[in-house]
Design a protein around this ligand. Structure first.
Ligand code: APR
Ligand code: PHB
Length: 393
């Protein structure tokens, strides 16, 4: 079997892997992306849709920002509903003018695939049984099967951008890798519907019956979520039951204005905080969901993947352009410092807004005091806004 030769093999054709291959290609660094699924499967996933300015800039740098800049919505604030009231967090005024971009991850992925196609980027779909080899050698290699045929690619570096269930993290010896995990006793039931959003800005709702979120993808496409027990299944929730429960958790005027309609997607996502350390083993580098998961409160998942890619891209550039390993050697530590801060923020925002099935009355009073403090303190709102728009890279 003859081996393909490249500089970087990227496992995973999600946003992390595609973005990195696109950035590298533009600097003349070759890569091959190996993806287990078909392209339509990858494009069919519905995920969050709030982009930090760091992510937005990276998409532009990758030459993929045109449609995002045209169709994405700039949001300068969001609301938190509590006890029938809406409390606005003004991102722009609390951060010296920073905002976020509302643009769905599905659209991000579509733009990245289009850009890869336009440049002739190599993305191999339905690659089965991907295996990583010789991670501590100067020339590691990857093997896989395509339509039953054995394939092999040799490279300088392997990037594991294959999400939480990927093979890359599992290729690091157990005595090297330390995993930190917290699983929350609830999930988010999400519905996508072709209805006008109930509000121009996102509304995060804290309610005794559980958390709710009103989000959007466009003026005619809305995304709503409600907290449900982790044991619930999406098929047991009719559209009607979903809308009734969502309305109960929103302030009366918001509920009255809510447009309902048939769901075009309905699914339950579990909530998890997870970090694997270190994010490098030999010539393998982990990025995105392969190394860390945040609960969706605050929409940090995709944005954290972007900061990993930023550090890794610059480390690889330094290596190939200047011959220096300094950036790659610093990658894990640098990326993890930002990862843990985003983990902290997502955990804090989750605790602030969800009802815990095993929470005590004391927990409830503490949560109430936390919300009270947030709504009455400029400093607390500035802190929330600074984290929401994204900490610097
Ligand atoms: N071989 C090849 N590809 C694989 C393998 C494997 N063994 N295992 C998983 N993959 C692919 C998945 O099919 C998926 O398309 O890797 C890709 C990983 O993509 P994501 O899970 O989307 O992860 P990532 O690219 O890091 O994106 C960051 O941010 O908002 C969050 O979870 C959200 O997807 C989002 C993530
Ligand atoms: C979404 O639009 O899917 C979304 C928005 C904000 C979040 C999480 C998800 O915090």
């Amino acid at each position: 079997m003859s081996a393909l030769q490249t500089q970087v093999v990227i496992i995973g054709g999600g946003p992390s892997g595609l973005l990195l291959s696109q950035l590298l290609h533009r600097k003349g660094i070759s890569s091959i992306v190996l993806e287990r699924q078909t392209r339509s499967h990858v494009m069919g996933r519905i995920r969050a849709g709030v982009l930090e300015h760091g992510f937005v800039n990276l998409m532009r740098e990758a030459g993929c920002g045109r449609r995002m800049d045209r169709e994405g919505e700039v949001h300068a604030g969001f609301c938190i509903a509590h006890q029938g009231q809406l409390n606005r967090i003004d991102l722009a005024s609390r951060t010296g003018g920073e905002t976020v971009m509302v643009y769905g991850q599905t659209e991000v992925t579509r733009d990245l695939y289009q850009a890869r196609d336009a440049m002739g980027g190599v993305v191999i779909h339905t690659a089965q049984n991907v295996q990583l080899h010789a991670l501590n050698d100067a020339r590691p290699f990857v093997t896989w099967e395509l339509d039953g045929n054995a394939q092999r690619a040799e490279c300088d570096f392997i990037v594991g951008a294959d999400g939480f269930h990927g093979v890359s993290r599992k290729s690091i010896p157990a005595d090297v890798l330390k995993e930190y995990e917290k699983i929350y006793p609830f999930g988010w039931l999400g519905v996508l519907s072709e209805t006008a959003p109930v509000s121009d800005e996102l509304i995060y709702a804290r309610h005794e019956r559980g958390f709710a979120l009103c989000s959007l993808r466009s003026p005619v496409l809305s995304r709503y979520y409600i907290q449900v027990p982790s044991t619930d299944q999406a098929k047991d929730w009719s559209d009607k039951a979903f809308w009734v429960e969502l309305k109960r958790r929103l302030p009366a005027d918001v509920a009255a204005a809510l447009q309902t309609g048939p769901s075009i997607e309905k699914s339950i996502a579990p909530l998890r905080s997870f970090v694997a350390e270190p994010m490098r083993y030999g010539n393998l580098f982990l990025a995105g969901d392969a190394a860390h998961i945040v609960p969706p409160t605050g929409a940090k998942g995709l944005n954290l993947a972007a900061s990993d890619i930023h550090y890794l891209y610059h480390g690889l550039l330094e290596y190939y352009v200047k011959g220096s390993c300094a950036g790659l050697d610093a990658y894990s530590e640098k990326a993890l410092a930002r990862v843990w801060k985003a983990e902290r923020f997502s955990w804090w925002m989750t605790n602030l807004l969800h009802s815990s099935p095993d929470g005590s009355e004391t927990d409830l009073r503490l949560q109430s005091a936390e919300l009270d403090y947030l709504f009455s303190s400029d400093a607390a709102q500035a802190s929330m806004a600074e984290n929401y728009v994204g900490l610097p890279y």
